[in-house]
Design a protein around this ligand. Structure first.
Ligand code: FAD
Length: 116
C-alpha cells in the first residue's frame, strides 16, 4: 500500500489533475467573455508545457494540436475535456468514459447519490 505523504507518482498526479481540470471545466461560465475564452485556451497550452510528466505532456501537446480547446461554454469545454481524457484512457487501456455523464460525475452528483 502506498504512503500518501510521499511525492506523487504518475497515477496520483494524473487523478489529482483530472479532478481539478474536470471540476474547473464544469464550473466554467455558461456564457464566457472573449477574454475568458482566450484565457482558458492559454491555460491549457501552458498546463501542457509544464505538466510534470514529460511523456504525458508531449502526448497532451499533440492532442491539443489535433483538438484545440473548445471554450464557448461550460458544456463545450467539459465535452472537449472528456474527449481528451478518453484519448488518454484509450492509450492506457482504461475504460472509455460516457461523456453524456460528465456533469453528473463532476458537478451535479450521480443520480443514485453515490460517489465515483
Ligand atoms: P483517471 O484517469 O485519473 O480518472 C479519474 C476519474 O475521472 C475516474 O475515476 C472517472 O470517474 C473520471 N473519468 C475517467 N475518464 C473520464 C473522462 N473521459 N471524462 C471525464 N471524467 C472521466 N498516465 C500515463 O501513464 N501516461 C500518460 O501519457 C498520461 N498522460 C496524462 C495526461 C494528462 C493531461 C493527465 C492529466 C494525466 C495523464 N496520465 C497519464 C495519468 C492517467 O490519465 C490517470 O490519471 C492515471 O493513470 C490514474 O488513473 P485512474 O484509473 O485513477 O483514473
Amino acid at each position: 500500500s502506498k504512503n500518501k505523504s510521499c511525492p506523487l507518482d504518475i497515477e496520483e498526479l494524473g487523478r489529482s489533475s483530472w479532478n481539478m481540470l474536470h471540476t474547473m471545466a464544469a464550473y466554467y461560465p455558461e456564457k464566457p467573455t472573449k477574454e475568458q475564452q482566450s484565457d482558458m485556451k492559454i491555460f491549457f497550452y501552458t498546463f501542457s508545457n509544464f505538466y510534470p510528466c514529460h511523456t504525458c505532456a508531449e502526448d497532451f501537446q499533440k492532442d491539443l494540436k489535433e483538438m484545440p480547446p473548445e471554450t464557448q461554454s461550460a458544456e463545450k469545454l467539459s465535452q472537449w475535456l472528456c474527449k481528451m481524457h478518453n484519448r488518454v484512457n484509450e492509450k492506457l487501456g482504461k475504460p472509455i468514459f460516457d461523456c453524456s455523464k460528465v456533469f453528473e460525475r463532476w458537478k451535479d452528483g450521480w443520480k443514485d447519490g453515490s460517489c465515483d
